[in-house]
Design a binder for this molecule. Structure first.
Ligand code: AOS
Ligand code: ZN
Ligand code: ZN
Length: 390
């Protein structure tokens, strides 16, 4: 690779911005058990203190997504100031219309108009919070769906959903967006009201340019060609962002890139090829994961590093050789061009990038040596730990 080309790759890696989720710093688990960990944050401010460690050691994670009500505070401007003092900004505001008892049969798609009004009220409250935090994105994931055929009318639920989305869209202020996230199933088991990219895309298309789709990499059936979805949404101008995580079976929320680094590379290749990576991109590269058995901060650092490595490999694809082979129908040469990049060990390159950024080339080692884990374990004794639902 020529020196100018290598410089461009390094510049692109230095400009990468990955958004970490506040809830990943808190306790989490499955319906069987939540294994609390020592030192877990007790407040949104402590979550930001931990997120600042990820940013300190990686240099590419300066944004933290919030979740309401798990990150509810009296003064969001003060929370934004707390973030800024630590070199962070507040990112997407994640609405939660899936944990209130009233939402058993759904929220915005619920058959009862009073429940729908309550859910819409929460969504509009989240936009008010965005005004206070300066967040650009409202992330909407709906657990809404049904468990049995006949339980509710599939079409009517789409009409109710569309009505709520339209009301939220009208409320968005200048520079604000709504990111609609789809999920194949869970917690609904027969039908989910936003189950796939097509449904999300159709609603966003009707709403307008401020409405975009979020691709959560854990939200697809096994074997789904996610990079095709990414390429298509990007081409249509409707790829708002990602919720990166890993899955072996379902929405496992494991560390991004841990289960299938090849898939993450193919996704990032389509992002790079489609012009979605770099300073001009509006795509939100968010993590959405839960660290049920592994220490949280290093797991998030590892996830950021995995996304960086996939991105670096995608940037190394020899586009000219690949295009030439594709145009000539040389299947093996074309596949080889992509695989050569995927098989490149980019860790030395990323170590150089980190050193040029004034960082330790080994973020995991740097965190381990920092003493932060011991500090928070000693200091954060007592008080209610943060976690899913708190
Ligand atoms: C749920 O499975 C979705 O991935 C959500 O994006 C996410 O877990 C939620 O936004 C957390 O509030
Ligand atoms: Zn998600
Ligand atoms: Zn999910």
């Amino acid at each position: 690779m020529s020196e100018p080309a290598l410089s461009a790759v390094k510049a692109a890696l230095k400009s990468q911005r990955i958004e970490t989720p506040s809830w990943a710093y808190g306790n989490s688990g499955t319906r069987f058990k939540v294994f609390a960990q020592p030192g877990v944050p007790r407040t949104p401010e402590e979550k930001l203190d931990d997120a600042a460690r990820v940013q300190e050691h990686t240099g590419v994670a300066p944004v933290v997504a919030l979740h309401i009500p798990w990150d509810k505070v009296d003064d969001y401007a003060a929370l934004a100031a707390h973030a800024k003092e630590r070199g962070l900004t507040l990112g997407a505001v994640n609405a939660n219309v899936f944990q209130d008892d009233d939402y058993k049969l759904g929220s915005v798609a619920h058959p009862d108009a009073a429940v729908r009004r309550k859910a819409l009220g929460h969504l509009l409250e989240c936009v008010d919070i965005m005004d206070a935090t300066g967040s650009r994105d409202l992330k909407l994931w709906f657990a809404d769906g049904t468990n049995y055929p006949g339980q509710d009318d599939i079409r009517s639920r789409q009409d109710r959903l569309a009505e709520a989305l339209g009301a939220v869209y009208e409320r968005l202020g200048e520079g604000q967006r709504m990111l609609l996230e789809y999920k194949l199933f869970e917690p609904s088991f027969y039908s989910t009201d936003v189950p796939d990219w097509g449904t999300a895309y159709a609603h966003c298309l009707k709403l307008g340019e401020k409405a975009q789709v979020v691709v959560d990499t854990g939200h697809h059936a096994p074997g789904t060609n996610i990079e095709f979805i990414v390429a298509t949404l990007l081409r249509e101008g409707k790829l708002g962002g990602f919720d990166f995580n890993s899955r072996f079976y379902a929405d496992d929320d494991l560390m991004a890139g841990a289960a299938d680094p090849f898939q993450l590379f193919r996704i990032m290749y389509e992002v790079v090829r489609g012009g979605g990576h770099g300073p001009g991109s509006d795509i939100a590269f968010m993590l959405d994961q839960c660290h049920n058995i592994e220490p949280k901060i290093p797991a998030i650092i590892r996830s950021v590093m995995n996304v960086q490595e996939a991105t670096a490999k995608a940037l190394l694809v020899d586009g000219e050789a690949l295009a030439a082979a594709q145009h000539s129908g040389d299947v093996l040469a074309a596949n080889g061009a992509l695989m050569d990049a995927f098989h490149t060990d980019v860790r030395p390159l990323l170590a150089v990038v980190r050193e040029e950024m004034g960082l330790d080339p080994d973020p995991m080692g740097a965190y381990a040596r920092s003493g932060w884990a011991r500090k928070i374990t000693e200091e954060r004794k007592g008080g209610r730990q943060a976690g899913w639902g708190a």
